[in-house]
Design a protein around this ligand. Sequence first.
Ligand SMILES: [Zn+2]
Ligand SMILES: [Zn+2]
Length: 149
Amino acid sequence: MDYSGSCLCGSVKFSFPFDPMLQFKCHCKVCQKVFGNSLHALAMPLDELTLHGDLSRNTVTGGSGSDLHYNFCPKCGTFIFNKPDLLDPMIYMLAGLLHGQIEFSPTVELWIRDKPNSMPEAPTTVATFDDNGTAERLTEMLENLDQRS
Ligand SMILES: [Zn+2]
Ligand SMILES: [Zn+2]
């Protein structure tokens, strides 16, 4: 099925045709600052995303030490996705933008040593990492990308 979502003001709209490759939470200190809480995200390749509307961009150094590019609506400031240099061409779409089309069920949690006590581990989580454990995992999935289309 096609999934779709938008920012708060509706200036940015997007859709994508496949299930996300991975649903995960990131508890790192950078996410705590940027989002005010842990990141709840859906990982997918950028070229599967159809975007309408302009995005503003800000680049920071992520918890893993490589650059993260934050893409957000210039009008309402809603974050749409992060693009980590570490995992080109993957993006981390914010799970809350999807109008409830996907019930967020993360299987992986990252940087759990920085996890706030108020944020319980999800019942669907099967793997937790003290640091950024996604790189190898997503690289493996990328090798199987052609099976999605
Ligand atoms: Zn907006
Ligand atoms: Zn993080």
